[in-house]
Design a protein around this ligand. Structure first.
Ligand code: PMV
Length: 324
């Protein structure tokens, strides 16, 4: 069977930063994200008798090397659930800027897990699909659902209680996010190695861990109350704490460029002018800005006028997995 699935990417407002189990991808803290409408991956998977290896096409080009190996070994995991030995033909289109920090791995692994499991006739519920997706890329387990999603870290060693849980659907609250694109260069420190170095060496890591449960409780309250200022200020401070841990790592590192800091200042300036806007930043230099629909024109104009900003992509809350 050929199955096509569409998954949207998500951006964390409370970050996942650190693993307690690298193989199963089990986090050291719970996280919470917003699934976005504007960024998604569409993937068609078919397991075939005539293939002698997996074939992975991304945006019309056959992929080889490290990215291919990562997908193929993930397919081995999926194959182990269905006892098939057939190889897969995967055709994927990414509607996510390939630039650093736009989490194409989240929508990519969610669309792959959904299409491959359905193509094999596996009947997984959303929770099981989230657990399987987590093992491709941690943050991807939140992309099973639309809107606001919590990844509950769980306690068990086998990962059976570590998965995404929907908090509020994409229709609950129209909070917008602008993706501010600064550079197309690939980042120097991957999220995987950045997390590991921070967990292993940063004296600030324990402070990060101690502060996340409060941020999580408070942001869920902000979502319940639809209190945008509360939501945005918690997200912004949580992001700054995550990035502070990298500055204290050994050797120290940062994902920020000078232009990243310029965008952060521009967002603070917007607030001083009475426009509610808050930033968040992932494991890359680009900035995402939270705002409300009525401020869209002003926020977009302010961000586009910053030197070094190459693109500003506006997005609404997006849906969970769909099958086409
Ligand atoms: O799932 P990964 O390996 O792409 O890690 C994502 C880490 C952050 O984007 C920095 C935070 C998050 O929760 O998405």
């Amino acid at each position: 069977m050929r199955v096509t699935a569409k998954a949207h990417t998500n951006i964390a407002l409370i970050k996942y930063w650190g693993k307690r189990n690298e193989k199963l991808i089990l986090p050291t803290n719970s996280s919470l994200s917003l699934t976005l409408d504007g960024f998604y991956t569409v993937t068609t998977t078919e397991f075939r008798d005539d293939l002698s290896k997996d074939v992975f096409i991304l945006n019309g080009k056959e992929v080889e090397g490290e990215a291919y190996e990562r997908v193929s070994s993930y397919l081995d995991l999926i194959r182990s659930y269905s006892k098939t030995e057939r190889y897969a033909h995967i055709d994927s289109t990414n509607e996510v800027p390939t630039a650093a920090g736009f989490a194409s791995s989240a929508s990519g692994f969610a669309a792959l897990a959904a299409s491959a499991t359905k193509a094999l006739g596996l009947q997984l519920d959303d929770k099981e699909l989230s657990i399987l997706t987590r093992q491709g890329s941690g943050s991807a387990c939140r992309s099973i659902y639309g809107g606001f999603v919590e990844w509950q870290m769980g306690e068990k060693e086998d990962g059976s209680d570590s998965y995404g849980v929907p908090i509020a659907s994409e229709n609950y609250w129209d909070v917008r996010m602008a993706g501010v694109v600064l550079t197309a260069k690939t980042k120097k420190v991957s999220s995987r190695s950045g997390m590991k170095r921070t967990v292993d060496t940063s004296p600030y890591y324990s402070g990060w861990l101690a502060s996340v449960p409060n941020d999580l409780e408070n942001i869920k309250e902000a979502i319940r109350e639809k209190d945008f200022e509360k939501l945005g200020s918690i997200a912004e401070s949580n992001c700054l704490k995550m990035h502070a841990t990298t500055l204290a790592a050994n050797p120290p590192f940062t994902y920020w460029l000078d232009s990243t800091v310029r965008v952060m200042h521009a967002v603070q300036q917007l607030r001083e002018e009475g426009i509610p806007a808050y930033f968040t930043i992932d494991a890359g230099p680009n900035v995402k800005v939270l705002y409300l629909p009525e401020s869209e024109a002003k926020v977009a104009a302010a961000l586009k006028s910053i030197p070094d900003v190459t693109d500003v992509i506006l997005s609404k809350p997006g849906p969970g997995i769909t099958y086409l």
